[in-house]
Design a protein around this ligand. Sequence first.
Ligand code: C5P
Length: 266
Amino acid sequence: MIEVRCPAKINWTLRITGRRADGYHDLETVFQTISLHDTLRIVPSARTTLHCDDPDVPRDESNLILRAAAALQAPPAEFRLVKRIPVQGGLGGGSSNAASALMALDQLFELRTPPARMAEIALRLGSDVPFFLTGGTAYATGRGESLVSLASMAGIPLAVVVADERVSTRAAFAEIRHYSEPIGREAAQRALGERPELLINDFEQSVFALHPNLQGYREKLLASGAWWAGMSGSGSTIVGAFRDAGERDRAVNGFQNVRCLRAETT
Ligand code: C5P
């Protein structure tokens, strides 16, 4: 038996830098794992089953955990997922489940999958999956699979506004009309420390136009003292970063009509 945590991620910044021949888009982003997490328990079994406490999670073979198990050709197992990361919120929950399943199955069944093969399977499962094989703070380009770890940003208090609005990633990409110039890894690293105004998300313009509430949440976080606030991925989750936990807690208490969670970077 093995039990693992599947952390959520946020994007400190996300520039869409072009459209590719394969239909995907090139990005420049800084991924960050956070303390909010699902828990996945895997027990070897005569046949493969998946149980989850969240009815929004697909239970059929489209589930990324089952796809990860199939890709690894792992022996059958019972999967139990305790879901805490909101589905379709831009927090990478499904991608994190997939990466954790790959690593946990490899360990449980002593598969000794070479790292390059793990990375290749991860990218096949989804553009954000390779990041979750390592987590932390990482600068990413390509579809998100070309990764360089940055200096740790662990321990920053966050307010995570989980909006009711749902955004499809595919639809959000389809709305993008112009592309940004990448700023480069060193500038991204500097921006995290001293130039938060360079930490932008290219999805915000079109997603905020469709869901003005989300822009309101971002403004409210900044007005509550956040040194940075932005949308995660293609949304709809809006996150604010604070200098200390007390300031963050006061900001969280200010949100009454929408779910707002406490978390921290890891
Ligand atoms: O890779 P993933 O399955 O997470 O992507 C979901 C959808 O988002 C893709 O089918 C594609 O339409 C879009 N996408 C993209 N460029 C990326 C990542 C995702 O166009 N880098």
